[in-house]
Design a protein around this ligand. Sequence first.
Ligand code: NAD
Length: 486
Amino acid sequence: MIETCTSYIAGQWVAVAQQERLPVISPIDETQVAEIAEAGEAEVGRAVAAARAAFAKGEWCNAPVGHRQQVLRRIAQLIRDNADDLAERECRNAGLPMKQIRERHVMRAAANFEFFADFIGQVPNESYEQEAPFLTIVRREPVGIAALVAPWNAPLALATMEMAGALAFGNCCILKPSELTPLEFVPLLELMSEAGIPDGVVSLVNGRGPVTGAALVGHPDIDVIAFIGGTETGRHIARAAGGNLKKYVAELGGKSANIITKQANLERALDAALVSIFSNNGQQCLAGSRILVDEEIAEDFIAKFVTRAENLKVGDPRDPETEIGPVISKAQYDRVLSFAEGADILTGGKRAEGFDKGYYVAPTVARASDNSIPLCQEEIFGPFATFLTFSGIDEALEIANQSEFGLVAYLWCDDMPTVMRAQDALKAGTIWVNTPLARDLRAPFGGYKNSGVGRTGGLSSRNLFTEEKVVTIPLRDFPIAKLGMG
Ligand code: NAD
């Protein structure tokens, strides 16, 4: 029987009778794995009202930090205890390789809750005494109700980063996952209630972006919006947030440069270049999708990269040996392959062999002569690597920065002065030197240019999810001007 994913409001799954039904298709074999009962304005309104009531009741926002820590840690433990079920659902729904989901995504979901549980127990607050005789303290209160809109490419790992941050600082939140990946959130919401999240503090609304998502982010009683997804959607939501004057953070797309210099450990650079573009089926905002190689080492490096790309195990993501599964949807499959038309394709650029059904793209490597072409400027979001060559680090840095995006940049180089110059010149929110994909949750994460607005992680999440209140108290009496004394 097909599972129906409805919305979770005030601690209960909503009855589905009246709602529009949307099929949820597995990219593995194009079978229907679930249906969504879509939330419209009425359900979204109920979710917001339930969150507002829970916030007013204060059970969560006024709870001692120690209690919130306990509940967040319990959620992490329940995620670990239920990792098999969560991973199986995410694998079936999103088509991501089981090994990557089980070892990275589900563990990261648990780690997100643990990280914020630790963080709220240790983070200091500002206070100032320099302006004698006053003590000025900066207090922090939860903002209120957070609307969290998440993408399909790493559903659990990304949505829980937003949820954990919002909850840790005492907010209520309403999650809208991607309409393509609702399946894994069914157990997650139940586990959160089981861990002790009071009813109404966390809700979920399922449905399409322009319907459910738009109703949520446009609702006047939302206090803060955190969005992870595409740049165009980010602009839409920014308009809604701006119209209602709400706080807003957006983590958007990328077209990140991976610069391979001739002073690099080339074996490690090669391993990492493959990981940076082909993990997560190539569908990651952080992908090192523009690989810039020094022309002196390019031929050999590219040849080795192509051989390894051809050796990748493409297959059913439920198979633990699989390294690349299908892309998420037919639309994404068509879009990825459309970039191969007219391109200088070194391997791939077509359907992966051996599959009658499912959205399997052969790992693709192309060579570009010029950074200005769409292959180098547009986010493809699939297993598609594009090579460019450069002569000298100055040219590499110029090419890397010639992009509307600026999410991350990778640099492979063992020469310290070059590393220092490059990290200074690169216009991206995160620079990874001699390492692929290492995120420290304490550090701010986000993008320059069209890759985002604002940051999350550690203090950035605190700034987003709290309202600051400055309280000034005199430490002793001080003279006050006596007006009106004649
Ligand atoms: P998307 O923008 O199509 O959708 C993201 C979410 O927004 C979905 O839940 C969708 O339903 C919702 N949405 C769509 N239109 C909306 C509207 N008008 N109002 C409110 N909500 C709306 O993105 P996607 O295809 O799900 O994800 C892929 C994109 O996400 C890529 O561009 C990728 O780079 C980006 N991404 C960024 C990060 C990051 O941290 N920077 C992380 C992962 C993915």
